[in-house]
Design a protein around this ligand. Sequence first.
Ligand SMILES: [Zn+2]
Length: 285
Amino acid sequence: MPEGDTIFRTARALGRALAGKPLTGFRSTYPLLTRFDDETPLAGQTVEAVESRGKWLLIHFSGGGTMATHMLMSGSWHIYRPGERWQQPRVNMRIVLENSEYIAVGFRVPVAKMLKPDELARAKKIPSPAIDVLSEEFNAEEVARRVMAHGCEEIADVLLHQEVLAGVGNVFKSEICFVTGVNPFCKVASLSPAAVAGLIGNARKLVAANVLEDSGDAIVTYGGRRRRTTHESDPGASLWVYGRNGEPCRRCGELVRRRIQGPDARVTFWCPGCQPMPDGSEIDG
Ligand SMILES: [Zn+2]
């Protein structure tokens, strides 16, 4: 599952290729999209903006419609020059948006729909900018309220709820808890308002640091913006705890632990030394 920073970078790249320019061509294998296009042709319309909302990517057209796509596990958008060879087979093509300079191809994008403005406003699954960790309209107080509403759940699970805080995925979840010194298994109700505010602030900081112009595809939390100069096969090489089970904590030297957590059985990494349970109780497993 791509995390919010990946979708943000995809939206930025698509925006640079498409925004402000009229479309010259549109194709799709999805009847819902082609039906919309039959009634309101997209060719000739200008792409007004491309934005990410959590894990959704929105393409706004001058005719008032918005194409909303979700990548789930399999989807990706590529940008090609006319005549350039595609890096995926044509059979994987789901959506093509073309202007005079570029061809944007959505490969195996599993969820795609066209929404009118009122439908976009009502679309419950698409997070509002106020809770999108990368949006300029992000509202930390609103997110804190939504986090607190899940008092009986463990904090690391709540950080993954896209209707609470959009754009944080499983890697960032563990990293945010570590950087804030919060045990990922503690119940939200046991956290102080300051700890919740700290988690939200660090979520924004860590994800934003990974969408800078010079940030690559790999998520980097440990080592700040310093880019790796060697090719590391270890996925945890640039992270505090994620992927580092059994390795010494970079802060205190205790061994990092790994455990499956929550109803969706997502993997969580943490340092027992830096992230004790608030009441001192042990975690099983
Ligand atoms: Zn530690």
